[in-house]
Ligand binder design. Structure first.
Ligand code: F6P
Length: 341
């Protein structure tokens, strides 16, 4: 078979490991030809591809990013591509497509699948917000990077008796912030699922300093918001891809805490560092397993499905299960941490 592979949406550590695994399983075991589609759905629309051979994937297991490139695509262009799905697939000569991406990509994959294109999805995102799979690859790496950042901030914060506000990724969900915040021992953890009260944040810090502690770390997800009426803050507009733009809560919070407490507070925006670089061992393994199962799904004709980790095994679930709602942090998870304010 000629199997197309694309990576779409924001990149994440482990994408290359999936591509490598698809090539190994597809070419070595099934005699497939793997057609890499460049820059996500943009490459499908514009007919830009490259063959990916066994030699091309040497060394990819440990490499961050994606050798195929990724792009966000406007919804109207996706709608056009869905209408012309069969013709586009014919043009690049593929019998099936493996689409690796987050919620937006899997939504598009479902639309292509409903339109008759044989598609298998592979979920990825550092945010870990895809429903159906216990975890997505990329998340573990992002948590490691964020935890290391918190560890490092502690020593400089203590030297200067400062409050450090570290803003972590997660537009709609607080998985990275909760996990790295707990692992790094942050004193305040602010996530989108639970609007925070600035007074409560200030109180925690004041109490710490009153007990003779010399610093405080507040981990805040980029999508976290204050309880309405407690602190004026507006998240951004909607961008051309239909995504709400976020940014600013870390800066704003540090400024506000400095005013409230009369103590130095510094914002640290970790940003895309969380998405770059080599995947952790756990992410490499999950990505490799997803690639293996995606190829098997193609050969079983399990189109319209995606690979999902359920406990210890990989299962194939209908694409619809991944995109009907985001997997947010449930209350019983955040109540386990006394630092969630
Ligand atoms: O969806 C993953 C993610 O990393 C979010 O956590 C973050 O808000 C967003 O991507 C940033 O994406 P961009 O590459 O468009 O800046």
């Amino acid at each position: 078979m000629r199997i197309g592979v694309l990576t779409s949406g924001g990149d994440c550590p482990g994408l290359n490991a999936v591509i490598r695994s698809v090539v190994h399983r597809g070419t070595d075991v099934h005699g497939d030809e793997i057609v890499g589609i460049l820059d996500g759905f943009l490459g499908l629309i514009e007919g830009r591809t490259r063959t990916v051979s066994h030699d091309d994937v040497t060394g990819l297991l440990t490499l961050g990013g994606t050798i195929l490139g990724s792009a966000r695509v406007r919804r109207d262009r996706i709608a056009w591509a869905v209408e012309n799905a069969e013709a586009l697939a014919r043009e690049i000569g593929i019998d099936a497509l493996i689409a690796i991406g987050g919620e937006g990509t899997l939504t598009a994959a479902k639309q292509f699948s409903d339109a008759g294109l044989p598609v298998v999805g592979v979920p990825k995102t550092i945010d870990n917000d895809i429903e159906g799979t216990d975890v997505t690859f990329g998340f573990d790496t992002a948590v490691h990077v964020a935890t290391e950042a918190i560890d490092r901030l502690k020593t400089t914060a203590e030297s200067h008796q400062r409050v450090m506000v570290v803003e972590l990724m997660g537009r709609h969900t607080g998985w990275i912030t909760l996990t790295a915040g707990m692992a790094g021992g942050a004193h305040g953890i602010l996530i989108p699922e639970k609007p925070f009260d600035i007074e409560a944040v200030a109180r925690i810090i004041e109490d710490r300093f009153a007990r003779g502690k010399k610093f405080a770390i507040i981990a805040v997800a980029e999508g976290a918001s204050p309880v309405p009426g407690t602190m004026r803050f507006d998240h951004g507009e909607v961008d051309q891809y239909g995504h709400r733009t976020f940014g600013g809560i870390g800066n704003r919070l540090a400024h506000e805490l400095e005013n409230l407490l009369g103590k130095e507070a510094r914002p640290v925006i970790l940003g895309h560092v969380q998405r770059g670089g080599t995947p952790t061992a756990r992410d490499r393994v999950l990505a490799t397993r997803f690639g293996w199962h995606a190829v098997e799904a193609v050969h079983q004709g399990a189109f319209g499905h995606f690979t999902a980790l359920r406990r210890t095994g990989i299962e194939l679930l209908p694409l619809g299960d991944a995109v009907t709602r985001l997997k947010t942090v449930p209350k019983d998870r955040w109540t386990e941490s006394e630092a969630v304010l």
